[in-house]
Design a protein around this ligand. Sequence first.
Ligand code: TYD
Ligand code: MG
Length: 477
Amino acid sequence: MARTVKNFVCQQCGSSFPRWMGRCDACGAWNSLIEEAAPESAPKGLGSKRGRKLEFVGLEGKSAQQPRTKTGIAEFDRVCGGGLVPGSAILVGGDPGIGKSTVLLQVAAALASGIGCAYISGEESIDQLRLRAARLGLAQAPVQLAAGNSVRDIVATLDSGECPGFVVIDSIQTMFVDSLDSAPGTVAQVRTSAQELIRLAKRKGFCLALVGHVTKEGLIAGPRVLEHMVDTVLYFEGERGHQFRILRAVKNRFGPGDEIGVFEMTDGGLTEVANPSALFLADRQGDVSGASVFAGMEGTRPVLVEIQSLIAPSALGTPRRAVVGWDNGRLAMLLAVLEARCGLAFAGADVYLNVAGGLRIQEPAADLAVAASVVSAISGVPVPPETVVFGEVGLAGEVRPVSHMETRLKEAGKLGFGRAILPADPGGKSKRSRSPVAASGLELDRVSRVEDIVRMFGPSRAAARTAPRTAERANNG
Ligand code: TYD
Ligand code: MG
């Protein structure tokens, strides 16, 4: 007699186990295993049936360039790598309430009169969608709305007759395939639903956008297992209290990854922010200690943001290290370098670090800007407001060169900054190092060690602050 096999699937990573556990062995998520219907049977192998012979071709050849469809929302087009590709699938992930439905409705409305759009919602009623459209001022756009959860119905609808060029499924967690026993939102359902929809998109040649919710751990719940199935993964981020929303391309088969689009959430929906640096720096307080401006790169675009830190005496045995917008481990590393190489002491002090505006920085190039901000916070010496900082810091305290130095400098020059603190030229005192100066018109302070930052803004500077400027100039070689 066949034994019923139990099957518990992690909702975070998709691994399956024969028994329930509190913690997934594969990804370490807690309480994420849910019992799902067991797979039909073990794979049977190929058997004796013959397959069809494949034909090999060369890398070069005549393939029709897929025309991209521009939405006209420049920030969205940029993240997609220059427009939507017919027959491709996009996954838009993000926290609930961040604006996924809003941006997709805006994109759908922008495309509706051109290639035709269908918006299928499993979460909201038609009335709610209409209300949102009215709020966005898009009620006139010829978007085809539908509410539904059954993938069978959706496939049947789209497969019959004329099919729109852009289809939004909001959200993939609410969709279900009736041939599976699992509940909607489980890994098996999410994966199968997405597979069916993507296959249809490829066959009919429409662009499919799937909305995927994210859990509090920051992973796309369930849809994490979708990331490899879709062509493009976009991730909506931003602090809920802030008005900025950042759409980040995490993966893109048709364009550069790590490109960002910046939006502002207003009463009339999401509006594009063409110059994010100016916006991120708009509320900057001038001459305060603990703040530095980082000249960063997001994809192909330079973005300047302010990094703020605060150091306060701690009442706790283990002082706090609170970070918003940067990596916790990276801050711990940098503090350790400053302690071990520069003799600064952070024991007994809480360290708070904040990237203003709600941006999440992932580049190691921010190390030096964070170091400047932390050192300035501990000494009380402000980093001059017209200065930008960038560079990677290694464990030995060395400052390493980073990519796109000239682009960063040019953007800083454009925004009126007069001075940059940046890594020393790897080629030593090479003549060529002057070229970025000419390009940006900035005064350059090249530093090779993190100690140089301490010399510029550290506690000894605080003591000598009344004395004429000396230490700072010494580094300008
Ligand atoms: P929504 O797109 O529904 O989020 P998601 O689909 O990611 O869950 O966005 C909802 C939030 O956006 C809600 O908190 C209200 C806000 N919002 C505005 O501020 N202005 C607007 O014009 C709209 C439509 C929404
Ligand atoms: Mg929504």
